[in-house]
Design a protein around this ligand. Structure first.
Ligand code: ZN
Length: 80
């Protein structure tokens, strides 16, 4: 009888512990996703090598980190 109660207690403890970890993980993931949300104006699309990258410093022209070519900000790409 005691062993059954003990394993039940362990099971409950594990269940509570796992639920707590799951909640903490979900909250942390949600906050991380929120932090990663970027404005469309920071997302650049290279017209030469079709590489998509993020540049928060430039507004009109930015340098592609992959092929090194200059890209002008296109409004049509951010709309679609
Ligand atoms: Zn490129």
């Amino acid at each position: 009888m005691i062993s059954v109660d003990f394993s039940l207690a362990i099971s409950l403890y594990m269940l509570i512990l796992l639920s707590a970890i799951l909640v903490i993980w979900l909250v942390g993931k949600k906050q991380k996703d929120k932090d990663l949300t970027l404005d469309d104006k920071f997302i650049w699309f290279c017209s030469v090598c079709t590489y998509t990258y993020i540049n928060t410093k430039e507004d009109l022209i930015s340098l592609c980190p992959r092929c090194g070519s200059y890209n002008k900000k296109s409004v049509d790409i951010s709309r679609s």
